[in-house]
Every structure is written in structure tokens, then in C-alpha cells.
Design a protein. Structure first.
Length: 378
């Protein structure tokens, strides 16, 4: 049985949870038995629900607080589901978006940069699964990620910009690949609260639109205006909570500004969220994996975002014109939404294009996994 560490998973982030589901599903489908290991952050019950083991590593202020646990005999550690780093057979990084100027270089260094050379010396494959990467204009972020590019067996950039950011950092590497998001192969699970008569136009808010942009108030006003438009058009709008408490607080702010508050679905389960998105007629999302879940199920979207990854995603699906810039005002954005809701021919053309583009992406992800599993120790 293989011991496989998965890095970058956070249960507060449903996109990360989707990636965890996708990884576990691939091992199961290919008949490869594995213990999946994570660093013990977040609630234990969430890790236990996935059958995850813990690694004896918990870094705080550059110190491993669990170092004494690693000295215990294996049989005692295994009683509590704890493995040492020296027992790993494979490392998969599923951070999604954690390496680049927008993020702490210390976290990036502690997550992978500081240990990857040791893995390479021991012959443990390290693979960076498809994710947004860069830019690396700041020396600290470049220094933190350079060892990853140098020593990883494979690095999969999720989009063209990420690929170029990595190439500029190290042009000599032949381990760099391009592959779209890998959650497109997994299916959703039925959510009992969904009513297809009442829940048709799905709004997915993102609290990071307030954190990462200077025009957070405009974002709230846009969401309120867009929901009002959908209400007026009889498009049965509802809000879907994709993440944790911050999105719930944002939803409360939006609801407070509406004359007629709308339904809110909060299943708290990544696969149920994906299923609800797939049942919706269209999706207005500021959450990246909310958009992936829509597009991979041929559901037309209207997107807002705060980084290059949003434009690159929509470009891959041939609908980049559906990415709106709320900083330029609401009128144009609302016209795009109105067309998506009311123009049957336009809606169908969007659906057809997205469906067609999704075929090569599923093929690309399948081929990516083939290459990943070819790296496994024999």
C-alpha cells in the first residue's frame, strides 16, 4: 500500500475539497491502494471523514511542533494514524493557487520549497497537480518556488499565463506541463434541498472579492443589482454558499439590501455543491471552482474575479467575454446577464460551446493522470 501525501488541502475551501475527492477517486478507479496523508491542520473530524492519515509535521514559526511524535515506534504511531515524512512514497501538491506574488513566500517555502530536494534525494516522486502559478516578480516568491520547479518530477500549470510565469522563472526545465483543472472528471451528489422549480439562476458570492480588490462595495452593489434583474425576469435566483463563514456574512449583506430576499442553499458538502451547480440553468460566480463546476457540466456562466486564473479558465471554455469587470460599472455587466437569461439562442450557443470545449479538457486531465501514475514506484 502506498503512502501518499496530499499538500494544500483545506476543508474551509470547497474547491480544495473537490480536488481531494478527485485525487481519491482516481486511485480507486485505477485499483491502486493508498493511505492518504495530510498535515494535521483544521478539524480532525473532517480528516477522519475522508479516512486521512496525519503526518508528524506541524510547522509554527519555522518549528515542527510534532517532531517528538516522529520518534515513537511505527506500531504506536499507526494506532493513531500518524506517519513520518520518511515513510512517504508519493507527494501530490493540490494547492490550487498558493505559489506567487499574491501569497506568503514563507508559507510556500514551508509547504514544499524547503523539503522538495530531500524528497528528490530519497527517490520520492513529487508532483504539482494542475493549479494557478505566479507571477514571480518578487524575489521572495521566486526563491520559494524555484526549488519546486527544479526538483519536482512534474509541474502542471493550469493555464497559459501560469505556464509562462514558470518558464520565465526557469527556462531549462522539462518537467513543466499545461493541464486544466482536474476536478472536471468527478460527479456531484444529489442535494435534497434543491428544487428545480425554485432554484434556477445560481449566484455564488466570494468574500475574497472584498479582500483582494479595492472596490468591494461595488461588488456587493453588483450582486444586488444582478439578483434584482433576475427576479424581475422571473429567472428564480438563489444564492449557493460555496465556502465558509466569510461567504455567509457576505450573503447576509447582500440579502439585507434586497427588497425581496432570495433562497440560500448551504449544503456544506463539495459534491452536493457541484451537483446543485450542474442542475442550475446558469451560474453567476466569483468562486473559481464554482465556475469550474458549472463549465465542466456545460452550464453557462457570468464571472467576476480577482486574478488571472478567471480569464484563463473562461478562455479555455471559449467564453471569456462572460468575464466582467465590475470596476467599469454595472450597466455592461447587467446587459450581459440579461442576455444570458432572456436570449434563448445566445444561451444555447454558450451551452454548445462550453460542452464542446469540455471534451478536450476531460481528455487532457485523463492524460495528466496517466502521466502522474507512470511516476509511481514499481
Amino acid at each position: 500500500m502506498l503512502n501518499v501525501e496530499i499538500k494544500g488541502i483545506s476543508f474551509a475551501n470547497k474547491g480544495a475539497e473537490l480536488m481531494l475527492h478527485a485525487i481519491i477517486a482516481q486511485f480507486a478507479e485505477r485499483g491502486i491502494k493508498a493511505r492518504f496523508v495530510v498535515e494535521p491542520t483544521g478539524p480532525y473530524d473532517r480528516r477522519a471523514a475522508f479516512g486521512l492519515w496525519q503526518k508528524s509535521r506541524y510547522i509554527r514559526k519555522r518549528i515542527n511542533l510534532l517532531s517528538p511524535v516522529s520518534w515513537l515506534p511505527r506500531r504506536f504511531r499507526y494506532m493513531f494514524g500518524i506517519l513520518n515524512e520518511s515513510e512517504l512514497d508519493l507527494v501530490l501538491d493540490a494547492s490550487g493557487f498558493a505559489f506567487g506574488d499574491q501569497w506568503s513566500s514563507l508559507i510556500a517555502w514551508d509547504r514544499l520549497g524547503s523539503t522538495i530536494a530531500q524528497f528528490r534525494r530519497r527517490g520520492v516522486p513529487v508532483i504539482v497537480l494542475p493549479q494557478a502559478l505566479g507571477p514571480f516578480l518578487q524575489s521572495a516568491s521566486a526563491k520559494a518556488f524555484a526549488p519546486v520547479l527544479e526538483h519536482a518530477n512534474l509541474v502542471f500549470a493550469r493555464d497559459d499565463q501560469s505556464f509562462e510565469f514558470c518558464r520565465k522563472l526557469n527556462k531549462s526545465q522539462n518537467n513543466l506541463r499545461r493541464c486544466p483543472d482536474f476536478t472536471n472528471l468527478i460527479k456531484g451528489e444529489v442535494a435534497a434541498d434543491f428544487d428545480d422549480e425554485q432554484h434556477q439562476t445560481c449566484f455564488i458570492p466570494n468574500s475574497k472579492m472584498l479582500e483582494k480588490r479595492q472596490d468591494g462595495d461595488r461588488y456587493i452593489e453588483f450582486m444586488v443589482s444582478a439578483i434584482r434583474l433576475a427576479q424581475k425576469a422571473g429567472a428564480k435566483p438563489f444564492i449557493l454558499i460555496h465556502e465558509a463563514a466569510a461567504d455567509r456574512r457576505l450573503t447576509a449583506q447582500i440579502q439585507a439590501k434586497l427588497e425581496q430576499p432570495i433562497a440560500v442553499l448551504d449544503p456544506g458538502h463539495a459534491l452536493q455543491i457541484k451537483w446543485i451547480i450542474g442542475q442550475s440553468r446558469c451560474v453567476i460566480s466569483s468562486r473559481f471552482h464554482g465556475l469550474v463546476s458549472a463549465l465542466s457540466q456545460a452550464v453557462p456562466v457570468l464571472a467576476t474575479g480577482w486574478s488571472h486564473k478567471y480569464h484563463e479558465l473562461l478562455s479555455d471554455y471559449g467564453c471569456e467575454e462572460q468575464l466582467i469587470d465590475i470596476g467599469k460599472g454595472h450597466e455592461e455587466a447587467l446587459m450581459v446577464l440579461k442576455r444570458l437569461i432572456t436570449d434563448v439562442a445566445f444561451y444555447q450557443s454558450q451551452k454548445d460551446t462550453i460542452s464542446e470545449k469540455g471534451q478536450w479538457q476531460r481528455k487532457a486531465v485523463t492524460e495528466m493522470w496517466d502521466e502522474v501514475f507512470a511516476q509511481l514506484p514499481s
